[in-house]
Design a protein around this ligand. Structure first.
Ligand SMILES: *Cc1c(COP(=O)(O)O)cnc(C)c1O
Length: 243
């Protein structure tokens, strides 16, 4: 893909996000776009940096490691948005500015330990499972209150909000229901005294529904960078595997 194509994709998606905000009666300044660069190589990311982007979502610790080495001369914030195995926590603690896929206590402990070693603290979002599909990771909604209370005890992890993946469905009402649930969970947490402002929800195919339900950030891959050569099933395996 050439740079001009990337530039026009970027302008187009920002306009579509702005339109979705207006349709929802929201200020476009309240919705950020997180470009998702997974599977795309350093050259394309470098071109995106030249357009002024500096925050990129990746779903594998290994890719963050490889790309941050290739792009060490660029000022990039790497955001982990994929399922994170505890044995990869070290790379993420060293290299990522943020983790949006925090979904279990075991991972909290692994990240905390590595972050303490690095003397770093990072922003995190708790990934909540809002759909009943077996293939999605995330904390079950009913466990969120206890999980958030537990997280208060970790100085290395600054909890900023919630993240979710909606159900893969052609039924807009079902997709929107996932986003609504995340917003309601955030509102309940705020009522319980947690300072959660961010809602990371919505992707290339479903972001207008997420914006209508209060997304503060949409994670956009395909609409910016084009189609990936691996299917999403490559990234969202059926069963959670921990090694
Ligand atoms: C790949 C991915 C996205 C972006 O998906 P697109 O449909 O390409 O916009 C968003 N969030 C997560 C967690 C992803 O893995």
């Amino acid at each position: 893909m050439d740079t001009a194509y990337l530039a026009s994709n970027w302008v187009r998606i920002r306009r579509r996000v702005d339109d979705a905000c207006r349709m929802a009666g929201r200020d476009p300044a309240g919705v950020d776009i997180l470009p998702v660069s997974k599977t795309f190589g350093p050259e394309l990311i470098r071109a995106a940096v030249a357009l002024g982007l500096h925050r990129f979502g990746e779903n594998k610790a290994q890719e963050i490691r490889d790309k941050s080495a290739s792009l060490a001369d660029c000022d990039i914030d790497w955001v982990m948005i994929g399922h994170l195995q505890t044995n990869k926590a070290r790379d993420v603690a060293r290299l990522a500015s943020e983790v949006q896929s925090l979904d279990r206590l075991e991972l909290v402990e692994a990240l905390d330990r590595r972050l303490q070693q690095e003397r770093r603290a990072i922003d995190v979002l708790v990934q909540v499972k809002t759909s009943s599909e077996p293939s999605k990771y995330g904390l079950p909604p009913e466990q969120l209150p206890d999980f958030l209370n537990t997280l208060r005890g970790y100085d290395t992890l600054r909890v900023r909000g919630l993240m979710t993946l909606a159900i893969h469905s052609s039924e807009p009402a079902e997709v929107r229901g996932c986003f609504r649930l995340l917003r309601e969970l955030r509102d309940q947490a705020v009522a319980q005294g947690h300072e959660l402002t961010r809602l990371s929800m919505g992707m290339s195919d479903d972001f207008p529904l997420a914006i209508a339900e209060g997304a503060t950030e949409v994670r956009i891959g395909t609409a910016i960078f084009g189609n990936r050569s691996y299917p999403d099933s490559h990234y969202w395996p059926e069963a959670p595997v921990e090694s």
